[in-house]
Design a protein around this ligand. Structure first.
Ligand SMILES: [Zn+2]
Length: 125
């Protein structure tokens, strides 16, 4: 992971999902699916290894969007998409949305959890 500070806020430029490194890009104009009530937060290209985040969103929603797209990446890199018997794009979207929103809620109400996880996960055995 590569992180930089932009305007006092930490941003990431790369993230590794499974064995693949994804570039993280922010864009004021996402290519598709702006609808009346449903703003697209981001998207992941599994082929191009790229995550695009809607730069018009406030930083907390950009973070949720990034987590959401990382979960999509994990869904595919772990083979979870193939192992679910009744898999569909809709079910993946629902699962990823529930998990990313849920995790952001947990991180918000338990801010020390991320520090703990980072220390524990990155600790040398
Ligand atoms: Zn999604």
């Amino acid at each position: 992971m590569v992180q930089t500070k932009v305007g006092g806020m930490t941003t990431l430029n790369k993230v590794t999902i499974g064995s693949s490194e994804y570039k993280i890009k922010r864009s004021m104009t996402l290519p598709s699916s702006y609808t009346k009530s449903n703003i697209q937060f981001g998207e992941i290209s599994l082929l191009e290894k790229e995550i695009l985040i809607n730069a018009r969103l406030p930083s907390n929603l950009q973070a949720e969007a990034l987590l959401h797209e990382v979960l999509h990446g994990l869904f595919h890199s772990t083979g979870l998409n193939r192992s679910l018997s009744s898999f569909s794009c809709e079910s993946e979207e629902e699962i990823v949305t529930l998990l990313s929103r849920g995790l952001c809620g947990v991180f918000k109400t338990s801010p020390k959890l991320l520090d703990y996880l980072k220390d524990a996960v990155c600790a040398k055995p």
